[in-house]
Design a protein around this ligand. Structure first.
Ligand code: TYD
Length: 136
């Protein structure tokens, strides 16, 4: 997988005078079956999340509230996606190094995953990630 395999996907936004509503259904707005949903919140100013790669896990990240950056690196190229809308998200295929930072106050990151949690799926060291990536 390469940085260019990440995609920003638009979600439906149903707006009326009472507020907006957006939707994610598996295999419709996102191309995978949802096995896991988690969210990141109350991130202290200046803190960073992620800083690892998943060997098998693909994910979809939405800024439900506030904003943050998702920095994707494939060992060669790097791209930063600024997420700040609850009607779009970033599809991050497996096999990419990712960091989340620049969280705004009260930001809320929703992450949908196509695998259950598995500590063995993580590559925690960037040099190990590059070696693993080169061997594929
Ligand atoms: P981690 O994935 O390292 O968080 P981040 O990438 O945002 O920095 O997870 C932090 C802790 O939470 C770690 O102890 C593992 C645990 N955890 C679970 O138990 N289940 C999960 O689905 C996730 C994502 C994390």
């Amino acid at each position: 997988m390469r940085v260019k395999d990440c995609t920003i996907l638009d979600l439906p936004k149903i707006a009326d005078g009472r507020g907006n509503l957006s939707i994610i259904e598996q295999f419709k707005q996102i191309p995978f079956k949802i096995k896991r949903c988690y969210w990141i919140y109350d991130v202290p100013g200046g803190c960073e999340r992620g800083g690892h790669a998943y060997k098998k896990n693909t994910e979809f990240i939405v800024a439900l509230s506030g904003s943050f950056d998702v920095v994707i690196n494939d060992g060669t190229n790097e791209q930063t996606y600024h997420l700040n809308r609850s009607y779009m998200g970033l599809l991050v295929p497996k096999g990419l190094w990712r960091v989340m930072n620049n969280f705004s106050t009260n930001s809320l990151a929703l992450i949908l995953s196509d695998t259950e949690y598995d500590a063995d799926d993580y590559i925690m060291d960037y040099e190990d990630y590059k070696k693993w990536n080169n061997q594929r």
